[in-house]
Design a protein around this ligand. Structure first.
Ligand code: GAF
Length: 400
């Protein structure tokens, strides 16, 4: 589509110019380059990544941009155009968990992770960063991973580290786990680092084996809508960690390394073998969800994208009833969209608020969106934010 291509190029040029200008105004001098990393939605495979399971995210067109240049005095100068409060300056060498907070902890954590891995040894490790993002925050769309990965690809180039995208994703996950203190899995960082336009990323989170699965919705006459409920979600609030701990406890009780190792065909036996009944729904969700990922991949490979709809909706029911990470607003999106003729819908990301994805016929997309907005209004919820998820490019350098 040449028109879409020209549009994307124009946006690229505008964002590059904006980031360079912002860098000059804040840090003085020219940035060495401009890098971008996207947010994501996950098509299927939720709360499976920290169980060594399967996921299937796609990158959004929304990105975090980083204009950056090295500094030789060891100072890390961090400026976000999206947050008031000026420039945060930190000594790169003295970074340790607890030395940065708020948004600055994400880029600082990446520098810390690079240092911890010995990748900046003998170097000052300083840099000036100007950051600007249009990935909605607190919406379950991986604004954190976008910020981490954009920072990491910038430093990778600035310091000539030659890191592969998978390594970058792992370092960013470590930054989030140990520096920021959020026990997330690897999905979001891998999505932001590795997705490609027109594809969903079928990823085995155990060994990071990945395949780009063609997901050309427009060609099939379909659309994937994102509905941001505007219920702010935060992974750091304890519920996410509790689910993760429950899964680990269940795996230990079942004598497997991770719940991924429970075959679908042995689910009933596994459930019967768990002494603690509270762990059973967690296991049921993870085992059936891994199976749903494989189902969706099979249907897409067979050229039948419409038929993934019911699998998405079944995934939502499992997250709502078994894993208990949905909320009334997410349930309302799924119910209303399906009643209005959507092919399927589910919450996406960690849950407890955030966003849902809705698979619709292109011709009916507007009506489904309007019905969801009306239902929110009728229920007294603030208006949701709706947009289309066009499978987009992963992290990249924008200029040069
Ligand atoms: C969040 C986490 F960051 C991911 O690692 C993943 O666990 C997801 O929730 C749930 O699938 O986005």
């Amino acid at each position: 589509d040449p028109e879409a291509g020209a549009e994307a190029e124009a946006l690229n040029a505008a964002q590059t110019a904006e980031a360079a200008e912002g860098f000059r105004a804040v840090h003085g001098g020219e940035p060495t380059g401009i890098w971008a990393a996207p947010g994501r939605v996950n098509l299927i495979g939720e709360h499976t990544d920290y169980n060594d399971g399967f996921v299937m995210p796609l990158a959004l067109p929304h990105t975090t941009r980083v204009a950056a240049a090295r500094r030789d005095d060891g100072v890390l100068g961090l400026h976000s155009a999206d947050v008031s409060g000026g420039t945060v300056r930190l000594p790169a060498e003295k970074l340790a968990p607890g030395t940065a907070d708020g948004w600055a902890a994400y880029p600082a954590g990446v520098v810390w992770a690079l240092r911890e891995a010995g990748l900046l040894s003998g170097r000052e490790g300083g840099a000036d960063l100007y950051i600007r993002s249009d990935v909605p925050t607190g919406a379950g769309l991986s604004s954190s991973a976008a910020l981490e990965v954009a920072t990491a690809v910038a430093l990778n180039d600035l310091y000539g580290l030659g890191l592969a995208p998978e390594r970058i994703a792992r370092l960013c996950q470590r930054a989030e786990n140990e520096f920021v203190g959020v026990p997330c899995g690897i999905m979001d960082q891998m999505a932001s680092a590795c997705c490609t336009a027109g594809h969903a990323l079928h990823l085995d989170t155990r060994d990071l084996a990945a395949r780009q699965v063609p997901f050309d919705l427009a060609a099939a006459g379909l659309r994937l809508l994102v509905v941001d409920t505007r219920v702010k979600h935060a992974l750091g609030d304890g519920e996410y960690a509790r689910r993760r701990a429950g899964c680990e406890e269940a795996a230990a009780a079942l004598g497997v390394a991770a719940l991924r190792d429970v075959p679908y065909g042995e689910l009933d036996t596994a459930l019967a073998g768990l002494a603690d009944p509270a762990l059973r729904p967690l296991v049921r969700h993870v085992v059936t969800e891994n199976r749903r990922v494989e189902e969706v991949v099979g249907l897409l490979d067979a050229g039948d994208p419409r038929s993934i709809g019911p699998v998405l909706t079944a995934g939502h029911a499992s997250l709502r009833d078994d894993f208990a990470v949905s909320c009334p607003e997410l349930d309302l999106v799924v119910e209303t969209a399906n009643a209005a003729g959507a092919l399927g819908a589910r919450m996406t990301g960690g849950g407890f608020g955030g966003s849902a994805v809705v698979l619709v016929e292109a011709a009916g997309a507007e009506e489904v969106g309007a019905e969801v907005a009306d239902a929110f209004d009728a229920a007294g919820h603030p208006a949701p934010r709706l947009f289309e998820a066009v499978p987009s490019t992963g992290a990249r350098r924008l200029d040069g």
